[in-house]
Design a binder for this molecule. Structure first.
Ligand SMILES: NC(=O)c1ccc[n+]([C@@H]2O[C@H](COP(=O)([O-])OP(=O)(O)OC[C@H]3O[C@@H](n4cnc5c(N)ncnc54)[C@H](OP(=O)(O)O)[C@@H]3O)[C@@H](O)[C@H]2O)c1
Length: 325
């Protein structure tokens, strides 16, 4: 089969289409003939050599796909050859075929095309597990989502809006903030021109944010803690602004607040299956009713994966970039 391989760690040109062996489903796995694969920022980190796949997993990038089940490993129940699905992967999505534990597979939601479904598994699982299962965002609470126009951000806005939370976002342009407003964000902060702590304090009568979903890490840590409300929860899921910074525990203690950092990819299979089950129960009905939608910016042929990476690094997109084998 054809797959995108990483010739050697480096820039986007390191991505090369190659002929590789088709993966065979192990017991408990299904094999998917890929219709589309989502591009995630983590794929760029992997390409650069900073985010190696966990031992035993596919060396090729790609954390989510949609497609059709074409083979079943021993002992798989509940799925059949021919089912149209999407799946949360540990790697290997940039390919014509990929294998995945059956517990990480979801049906394509009614009303969503087979291709668009590739935009869902990674972002929905990340947002649901962090914002709801971990940070327990409740109706009436305020959430600040950094990078509101990202793949993650566009889904976080919609799901937070659906539970009745008040949504604030940061983004780097007026156009992106307008897209975030259309998705349900109320407090719009241009991080290039405004101080998000000041804007948030003003918008919440000094209370701050109950939950912050952060993609920046070190660069925003002090200000994120500053912006937290009493009993607030800061969930760091990205380290685009570095890994090391000073944390004032005194502020955390006075606010009775929490700082949590998580990664989805390294979680054991059973944890991923629990998250996927929760997503199917809580998020799939919202998608099937049309209230929550995958946000797809552009698609690229699989052979042009390097262009998709360059597009993500240029950050001109809103929502997801997809690859089509
Ligand atoms: N921990 C996990 O399990 C997990 C899982 C999935 C994703 N993630 C993380 O989630 C983040 C989003 O991923 P993605 O795939 O959706 O990537 P993406 O679409 O490329 O989004 C990256 C975002 O970063 C924003 N950004 C850049 N500088 C910023 C700044 N100074 N302040 C606020 N935002 C800024 C960009 O916004 P502008 O274009 O407006 O500058 C862009 O929206 C990444 O950090 C990724 O690593 C983590």
């Amino acid at each position: 089969m054809k797959a995108i391989t990483i010739r050697e760690p480096g820039d986007a040109d390191a991505l090369t289409l190659a002929d590789v062996d088709e993966p065979q489903p192990a017991p408990g796995e299904v094999r998917i003939k890929v219709a589309a694969a989502g591009v995630n920022r983590a794929d760029i980190m992997q390409r650069k050599g900073f985010y190696d796949p966990p031992p035993g997993s596919s060396p090729y990038p790609g954390l989510e796909v949609s497609g059709t089940i074409d083979a079943l490993g021993a002992g798989v129940e509940g799925w059949s050859v021919g089912d149209e699905v999407c799946a949360l992967l540990v790697g290997g999505g940039y390919a014509e075929y990929v294998t995945v534990p059956a517990g990480q597979v979801l049906p394509v939601p009614a009303g969503v095309s087979l291709v668009e479904a590739a935009a869902l598994p990674e972002v929905v699982s990340t947002v649901w597990s962090n914002v709801f299962m971990t940070a327990n965002l409740l109706p009436g609470q305020t959430i600040l989502i950094h990078g509101g126009s990202s793949g993650i951000g566009t889904m976080a806005i919609q799901l937070a809006r659906e539970v009745g939370a008040r949504v604030a976002v940061t983004a780097g342009s007026a156009e992106k903030l307008e897209r975030c407003r259309e998705l349900g964000a109320e407090i719009l902060i241009n991080y290039k021109e405004q101080d998000f702590v000041e804007v948030m304090k003003e918008a919440t009568d000094g209370a701050g944010a109950d939950v912050v979903l952060d993609n920046m890490g070190a660069k925003y840590l002090a200000r994120n803690v500053d912006v937290l409300a009493t009993s607030g929860r800061l969930v760091v899921i990205g380290l685009q602004g570095g890994t090391k910074a000073e944390l004032d525990l005194g502020i955390l203690l006075r606010k009775r607040a929490a700082v949590i950092a998580t990664s989805l990819r390294a979680r054991p299979k059973a944890e991923k299956a629990t998250i996927v089950t929760a997503v199917r129960e809580h998020v799939w009905p919202l998608v099937e009713s049309g209230r929550v939608k995958p946000v797809v910016d552009r698609t690229f042929p699989l052979v042009d994966a390097a262009d998709a990476h360059r597009a993500m690094e240029a950050s001109g997109h809103v929502g997801k970039l997809l690859l089509l084998p």
